[in-house]
Design a protein around this ligand. Structure first.
Ligand SMILES: C[S@@+](CC[C@H](N)C(=O)[O-])C[C@H]1O[C@@H](n2cnc3c(N)ncnc32)[C@H](O)[C@@H]1O
Length: 437
């Protein structure tokens, strides 16, 4: 008889955890370790772009080679996220020798520790072990999560408020079924042939805090067979997926931006036509500089039903997270969201920066760090006063959020001095200081 596992809450803050492997399993496991404050050492010859982004941001250490026993020096825990059983066994042998608990993605029976299915509600974490059956654990976890969503507020305290009614999704006006027009099929995946119909949901994951996904978006994630995720989606959402869900890292798809988009469209269509429930998980809102429209059109053209679930966009959430309301009575009666990915003098730019300079309200610039000096100079040249308050919010709503407050005339230089990096939102306007003491 196998003894029951002994549940523990590991307090990993500042403690070394070694992750062996740099693929999709590691991509799903690392965010929860970082969230726990672990000192993560990743050992793998190659990384997914999502993991590389964590390395580039200085959140974890990467040793770009195969595992060596000394990698476990000082480790409290090791997670083996490789599918080569021989290599995995040799890591767990070293771990066992050193009395370090070892989680194995390839073989739960050979592991000395299991990762539970988890649901987080503010400070409350519920972890469920299913006796070695991850599906059972997920099912129980989902039921508990639904109960807690009703009974606890997002801060984990008891609440009498119910969550939004489930009927909201049906009446929300965002479902586009068989959106390819009159000629498109109402369902895909061999309708009438007894095969399950596939479908695609374009889901906004919110700006970074995993609790900022909508209830509907979260429910669809729990129903997904395939999740196609962008680099900017909150990693903790991926940690909570069922283990059998196929995770496609969209930022890993090669080719240039337009070719990569075609590839993504094709993956969505192919998987759905094969009968899968596909969630295309996108940072913020799918339609705010998210290319969601192109994906919807591609699915519609193939007769694949699509649901669009709006998300909390960083264009509003990032200012809010920094204490900046995008409108305020008597201060700003409009806010404009604009992409700064092209320089103002680029022939390809569709933005009338000269006209924007004449507005009094709030200007929110996404993807604008690289061109910020040119953008601010253009706004000033066309009449926006250089002393207009400005702010930059990096990695908003996450544990690594940074906020810089400045003025339109100085923000580009201040940004460089502070070494702020994407993803970041720039806010220009009097609202920037409105809520300050
Ligand atoms: C391709 S756009 C996608 C925007 C997304 N669809 C949305 O609605 O937030 C990426 C840009 O969004 C902004 N962004 C996204 N997440 C952010 C965050 N957590 N903090 C600050 N800016 C963010 C940055 O300007 C980033 O370069």
């Amino acid at each position: 008889m196998t003894a029951n596992p002994y549940p523990l809450g590991l307090r990993l803050h500042g403690r070394r955890v070694v992750v062996v492997g740099g693929g999709t399993v590691a991509t799903r496991r690392v965010p929860a370790l970082l969230d726990a404050g672990a000192d993560v050492l990743l050992v793998a010859p190659e990384l997914t772009p999502a993991l590389r982004a964590q390395v580039d941001a200085g959140r974890l250490h990467w040793v770009p080679r195969r595992f060596e026993p000394e990698d476990l020096d000082g480790a409290w825990l090791v997670q083996v996220a490789i599918d080569d059983p021989m290599a995995a066994a040799s890591v767990s042998a070293v771990a066992a020798e050193r009395r370090i608990f070892c989680v194995r993605a390839d073989d739960r029976t050979a592991a000395t520790a299991w990762t539970p299915a988890v649901t987080r509600h503010g400070p409350v974490t519920v972890a469920v072990l299913g006796g070695g059956d991850p599906r059972r654990a997920m099912t129980v976890r989902d039921a508990i999560r639904d109960l807690l969503a009703v009974r606890l507020g997002s801060d984990g305290t008891a609440s009498t408020r119910g969550r939004p009614g489930s009927s909201a999704g049906a009446t929300g006006g965002t479902d586009v079924v068989g959106a390819g027009g009159a000629g498109s099929a109402g369902s895909a995946g061999g309708a009438g042939g007894g095969r399950r119909a596939g479908r695609v949901a374009l889901v906004g994951a919110g700006p970074g805090d995993p609790e900022l996904i909508t209830v509907k978006g979260w429910r669809l994630l729990t129903e997904a067979d395939v999740v196609v995720a962008d680099r900017l989606v909150p990693g903790l959402l991926l940690d909570e997926l069922r283990p059998d869900v196929e995770l496609v890292d969209a930022s890993k798809i090669p080719y240039g931006p337009s070719r990569a988009q075609e590839e993504i469209n094709q993956i969505l269509v192919d998987r759905a036509l094969a009968g899968a429930v596909v969630v295309r998980l996108k940072g913020g809102d799918p339609y705010v500089f998210g290319r969601g429209g192109e994906e919807l059109l591609a699915c519609a053209a193939a007769g694949v039903p699509v649901t669009v679930v709006p998300g909390v966009t960083s264009s509003i959430a990032a200012p809010a997270a920094a204490g900046i309301p995008v409108t305020h009575r008597g201060v700003a009666h409009e806010f404009t969201v604009v992409s700064g990915h092209l320089a103002p003098d680029s022939p390809a730019s569709l933005v009338r920066w000269d006209a924007l300079a004449g507005l009094h309200g709030t200007l929110v610039i996404l993807m604008g760090l690289k061109n910020l000096a040119a953008i601010t100079a253009t706004l000033i040249a066309h009449g926006r006063p250089p002393q207009t308050p400005a702010a930059v919010v990096q990695e908003a709503t996450t544990g690594t959020q940074r906020v810089l407050r400045s003025t339109l005339g100085e923000v580009a230089a201040d940004l460089l001095a502070a070494d702020l990096r994407p993803p970041a939102v720039v806010v220009v306007g009097d609202v920037v200081g409105t809520l300050d003491g």
